[in-house]
Design a protein around this ligand. Structure first.
Ligand code: MG
Length: 245
């Protein structure tokens, strides 16, 4: 069931989102050659505590960290560890925060030092596709309008959208109804004011197919091509959607 948030609940999510945005800013600054991905995880723990939020991902369905770090051909759900980031890597940082019973969820992909032209383009297209999806997210439109806009944008640039993982409602739970695919499905579901949604295109430079790592968490591109991921939590209104983070 899709949960509509009250104005008061959206106030809490807005506050939570501002804090999460600050945590992401810090992560963006710290993502440089020579840093271990586990250090980024520690930063999320420290910043969350300092700012009075709880990291949403820790222990979610058994996930062992505060942050998902996915490098190069890794799409999502990478577990931070001993890996040291190198010049030229691209790194997807996905993180959630909980405040007063409400979650927000967001992701960015950043380049480590100098990156290839293809990597730069992939990152720009993924971020652009998220913007084009959000532009459709207004009361009275269909979820599929978001999905179609993202797919069209990505494929017009020669990249592909991941099918097996989708965006989602977010709020009292980290993952709520409805799922928000990044490709057209033709299913109809009306967007209504007060829906809070995590829209999150995952875009591969090559084929859209994925594979699961041996740790049963990390998802990689099946063909070894690069992948990028951007995510905002938004609130649907009667006009332009409000970006909460
Ligand atoms: Mg999400």
């Amino acid at each position: 069931m899709v949960i509509i948030k009250s104005a008061e609940e959206i106030v809490i999510m807005r506050k939570c989102g501002k804090i999460l945005a600050a945590i992401l800013d810090r992560l963006r600054t710290e993502t440089r050659p020579g840093i271990k991905t586990s250090q980024l995880d520690i930063i999320v723990a420290e910043e969350s505590e300092k700012r009075g939020v709880v990291p949403s991902f820790k222990n979610y369905r058994g996930f062992p960290a505060n942050l998902c770090v996915s490098v190069n051909d890794e799409i999502v759900h990478g577990i931070p560890g001993e890996r040291i980031l190198q010049e030229g890597d691209i790194v997807s940082l996905d993180v959630g925060a909980k405040l007063n019973g409400f979650h927000t969820d967001a992701a960015i992909t950043v380049g480590v030092g100098r990156i290839s032209k293809e990597a730069e383009e992939l990152i720009a297209v993924t971020e652009g596709s998220l913007k084009s999806g959000i532009a459709q997210a207004t009361s009275g439109a269909q979820i599929d309008d978001i999905s179609s806009a993202i797919q069209h944008y990505v494929e017009s640039k020669g990249f592909s959208v991941v099918r097996e993982y989708t965006g989602h409602g977010v709020g009292r739970d980290l993952h709520e109804e409805p799922p928000i695919p990044n490709f057209a499905t033709g299913k109809s579901l009306l967007l209504r004011k007060g829906m809070t949604l995590a829209i999150e295109p995952m875009v591969n430079a090559g084929d859209w197919r994925t594979k699961l790592a041996a740790d049963q968490w990390m998802v990689l591109t099946a063909d070894g091509s690069l992948s990028a991921h951007f995510e905002h939590t938004i609130a649907v209104t009667d006009n332009v959607a409000e970006i909460l983070v």
